[in-house]
Write a protein of this length. Structure first.
Length: 131
């Protein structure tokens, strides 16, 4: 019995079909908010994709502060470093990320790690603090 691997699709189109589309053509398959954003940022997205491909050809890192850019098919397979306000988070762009924004994959708030209470912070340690 063969296990068939499920092929990744986006709104009924395979990733190969979506990859051949123009950015504006791809925008028709996006939900309303993302579609409006892509159509407004069309030139900025195209410039980013073209500049990124040029940097990949020269083996340079792709770093960006543009957290509001929507991921389009031209970006699939790229490794982009997205700024989270403090550092650059390396992200591999995959087909599942289509239509999402860069900022969703580089969280600005880290996980809180609470340590143990200091001396004098609790009633049990007040006696230790007086010595």
């Amino acid at each position: 019995m063969e296990i068939k691997k499920k092929e990744l699709t986006y709104r009924g189109k395979t990733i190969e079909e979506v990859g051949k589309m123009d950015t504006r053509e791809f925008a028709k398959f996006l939900p309303a908010r993302a579609r409006r954003t892509v159509l407004r940022q069309f030139q900025e997205i195209e410039k980013f994709v073209n500049d990124s491909k040029e940097k990949i050809a020269h083996d340079k890192k792709i770093r960006t502060h543009k957290r509001a850019l929507v991921i389009v098919p031209g970006m699939i397979g790229m490794r982009i470093q997205i700024h989270n306000g403090k550092t650059f988070i390396p992200i591999d762009i995959t087909g599942e990320m289509l239509g999402h924004k860069f900022g969703e994959f580089a969280p600005t708030r880290g996980k809180i790690k609470h340590g143990s209470a200091g001396i004098g912070a609790t009633k049990g340690t007040k006696s230790k603090a007086k010595k």
